[in-house]
Write a protein that binds this ligand. Sequence first.
Ligand code: F0G
Length: 404
Amino acid sequence: MPARDRQNAYSPVKTLGTILAEVSNLDYKFALMRSIPERGRGVIARYCDFLPVNDETPIVSLGEGDTPLIHSPRLSERTGRGCDVFVKNEGVNPTGSFKDRGMTVAVSKAIERGARTLICASTGNTSASAAAYAARAGISCVVILPGGKIATGKLLQAFAYGAKIVAIDGNFDDALRIVRELGERGDFAIVNSINPDRIAGQKTAAFEIVDEIGDAPDFHLLPVGNAGNITAYWAGYGEYQARQRTSPERQSNGSTKVPAMIGFQAAGAAPIFHNQIIQKPETIASAIRIGNPASWKQARAAIAESHGAIDIVSDEEIIAAQTWLARYEGIFVEPASAAAIAGFFKCCDSNEAAYSFKKIPEQSRIVCTVTGHGLKDPDIIMQRMRELKPVPASVNDVQRAIDL
Ligand code: F0G
């Protein structure tokens, strides 16, 4: 059976019309009346008015989005001045990263256009997400990866979801160049963030933040790799601003509030910060090991228009922030995600920070997006674990071993 027909015969993929009809069930109505978020229904169902979908679009969803925005008293204390710091935990999306928000839209649209095979270049998370949504849709997926540079968990995911995996003797930038060329030949639907449907889906994270805290935050911190995510957040805040969903206060020109966007690159892979292509990017945060970001210009625009900044954090700072967040907030993220937290510490403490928080307005609200789950990339933490030698199975021996 051709992929498209198989797709249509397969019930998990519904059109928006069907989903909206389901919402009129009593249970959902009741939930909506009490303004309980439509948990688990996915970002297209929740934000269809803002997305390039119509009643006929076949929706491929795994219930992405609606991720926790966690208030952190300890990080808030770090800034002082009555500020509130929140961590937007995107690691709890279905495949463990923020990529799922964009992938549900990109894959749904690809199916609508009759695509049979997806393709992407990836540092790991995009490939895991593309492979999962392709599996859900019943079509094939090809992923092109920099050989030897993909975190174990992510590679495992792509394999488990059944993607065709090709490792190249080159980096992410080489992989993306190849994908662009193959995409142009028309055999594949590209689901990298150069596909505008990906950006459209990812902007829903900004909507969720505004919907939850009732306004745009003052500052938004996030890691930057290929620069799709900073572009997407800025688009999301811009759209909510245009629809007057954010407060008019503090803006002299009468427009409503948007945050200053502050992006962080790894010091060894920081083309936007240095304003030049990095031929051989290197960082322990393999997800953002990118020397020539596709959305470079858009990221620059987001930073300039929002009066934000781009900065760098070292691998040591990234690992320290990853450990801190796990130990003191119970949030285990992958190294690339920890760049946002390392960046936050830099803004608070360092005289070299591109944006200092030492004199930010009192009661500012700061959101740090952590982009992927720690279990995807366990190697560094594993190196630090001591060997666990079993003790005899008695209460006394166990008590001795606890040694508190
Ligand atoms: N954090 C994580 C965990 C990522 O996987 C990525 C990008 C980023 C941050 C940076 O986001 O590229 O939109 O600026 N990962 C891509 C991938 C490149 O292939 O999975 P960006």
